[in-house]
Design a protein around this ligand. Structure first.
Ligand code: UDP
Length: 329
């Protein structure tokens, strides 16, 4: 069996590659190193069943040859984060929308048997109901959310039109070792762990009572592989969450350290919380790693964030200027 992972050098992708190799599969990775890092697969270097191609999914001709003989495709590559998606919507469209249609077309032409797409819970925007089921209204608040949602539409349409065996999984707040360290101001774990290492206060947004459905990366990987193995997943969309939701104050309590407060941002939900009834019933999947265990694992790997930028209220205000400007209207 041969699997192809787009974004295999990224945070989620590299954990998926580890699991697929553990299961004895041959694994082809495509990554353009825009946010993925070769270090994330350093421990697999020289593995006889792993091949890595530095290529951009936004260019069909740069990737199509790698799909030959592939059984399963896991399309994990994407540009993430809110602010850069507001500043460079064309880049986001190219990677997340053109990239997805390129992966679908290359898969279709190569006769790939299963495709699993990494979709985003950001499609729900600020939802009316918690926990939020898959049938909720779609309300993307910013271009990142929009592009991931359009990608999902292509993925489902390629099942409907061409009979491709696709599945879309909407991930909720994934966390774990190797979550991104560099570049733009982004997901809370990277921000807080770098602050902890530097002995600086955690920059808590608002009053810290907002909650997120923090889902541990190995549970996500397990859901992705289960989806690829399950016939009933074809043509379907599933939320993937932890079954719970946790406040930022709770996260701070677990990490331990001083706190400073920064303003609440427009367009941010007070909570994310997946209704995971469907994935439980159809795939028999269950999240296994508790929030507390997950945070413990992050602390055990805290050295990974040593090179990460250390944000403070001033640099965050500067980095999120466009967020307030465009979403705060
Ligand atoms: N957050 C925070 N301080 C930060 C960055 C984020 O308190 O410096 C909070 C943010 O308000 C949100 C949660 O952490 O409630 C998760 O933010 P992240 O950007 O990781 O995910 P998203 O908001 O996209 O769900």
């Amino acid at each position: 069996m041969k699997a192809l992972v787009t974004g295999g050098c990224g945070f989620i992708g590299s954990h998926l590659v580890d699991a697929l190799l553990d299961q004895g599969m041959e694994v082809v990775v495509i990554d353009n190193f825009s946010t993925g890092r070769p270090e994330n697969l350093e421990h697999q270097k020289g593995h006889p069943k792993l091949s890595l191609h530095v290529a951009d999914i936004g260019e069909y001709g740069a990737i199509d040859a790698f799909f030959e003989g592939v059984d399963w495709v896991f399309h994990i590559a994407a540009l993430a984060d809110i602010v850069p998606s507001i500043q460079q919507p064309l880049n986001y469209h190219k990677s997340n929308v053109d990239g997805t249609i390129n992966v679908l077309e290359a898969s279709r032409k190569a006769g790939v048997k299963r495709i699993v797409y990494a979709a985003s819970s950001s499609c729900y925007g600020i939802p009316d109901h918690y926990p939020t089921p898959e049938g909720s209204e779609i309300r993307p608040e910013y271009p990142y959310a929009t592009t991931k949602w359009i990608g999902e539409q292509y993925v489902l349409n390629w099942h409907k039109v061409y009979g491709l065996a696709t599945t879309s999984l909407r991930f909720f707040n994934v966390f774990g070792p190797r979550s991104r360290t560099s570049g733009t101001y982004g997901a809370v774990f990277g921000v807080f762990l770098a602050q902890k290492l530097a002995g600086k206060p955690f920059t808590v947004v608002g009053d810290g009572k907002q909650t997120r459905d923090f889902t541990y990366v190995t549970d996500i990987v397990d859901a992705v592989i289960t989806a690829a193995k399950t016939e009933a997943a074809i043509g379907q969309v599933f939320n993937v969450g932890s079954g719970n939701t946790y406040s930022i104050n709770r996260l701070v309590e677990l990490l331990g350290g001083p706190v400073t407060y920064i303003p609440k941002r427009p367009g941010e939900p007070d909570s994310t919380f997946a209704d995971i009834t469907r994935i439980r019933e159809v795939l028999g999947w269950e999240p296994k790693v508790s929030f507390e265990e997950g945070v413990e694992q992050m602390l055990a790997h805290i050295d990974y964030w040593r090179e990460a930028p250390v944000w403070d209220p001033g640099s965050i205000a500067e980095a999120t200027k466009d967020w307030f400007k465009y979403l705060g209207k």
